[in-house]
Design a protein around this ligand. Structure first.
Ligand code: HEC
Length: 122
């Protein structure tokens, strides 16, 4: 039993560590499913601290491009690129300051809906 204990621990902690450190998208989509509404998007923008770097509708910092106007770039291939960026910035630009938030797809769409709803350029 004494020899088995470390193995048992590994078997238990392995999957937990895996889900914490590199959760697959399907898992994130399941555990971080949110309502796709502007209100939920606003809550997420506050929670994840997008305003620490970005300006959104006149609020927030200027360490990164303003997100005003982003809602005009959500169609087609360009929209795909914007979505890929938000989901995993370092895959597109290795040395970017923007962290990966490990968003679910519903979180992403809620955030985009919020950004569109406050976009002064719309
Ligand atoms: C620590 C700072 C930081 C935080 C926090 C951050 N970003 Fe960024 N973001 C950047 C930087 C810097 C860029 C510009 C790309 C570059 O040069 O690295 C960027 C680029 C972007 C772009 C692409 C802009 C464009 O014009 O193509 C989008 C969209 C974006 N961020 C959305 C978000 C959202 C949504 C959040 C919150 C969930 C967020 N960012 C949080 C730093 C940040």
């Amino acid at each position: 039993m004494k020899r088995l204990l470390p193995l048992l621990l590994l078997a238990l902690l392995g999957p937990i560590a895996w889900l914490t450190l590199s959760p697959p998208q399907a898992w994130l989509d399941r555990v971080r499913r949110v309502e796709v509404t502007p209100a939920e998007g606003q809550r997420l923008v506050e929670t994840y601290g997008c305003l620490d770097c970005h300006r959104i509708a006149g609020r927030g910092a200027l360490k990164a491009p303003s997100l005003d106007g982003i809602s005009q770039r959500l169609e087609g291939a360009e929209g795909e690129q914007v979505r890929r960026w938000i989901m995993n910035p370092k895959r597109i630009k290795r040395d970017t300051a923007m962290p990966r938030f490990r968003l679910s797809n519903t979180e992403l769409e809620a955030i985009l809906l919020y950004l569109a709803s406050v976009d002064p350029q719309r």
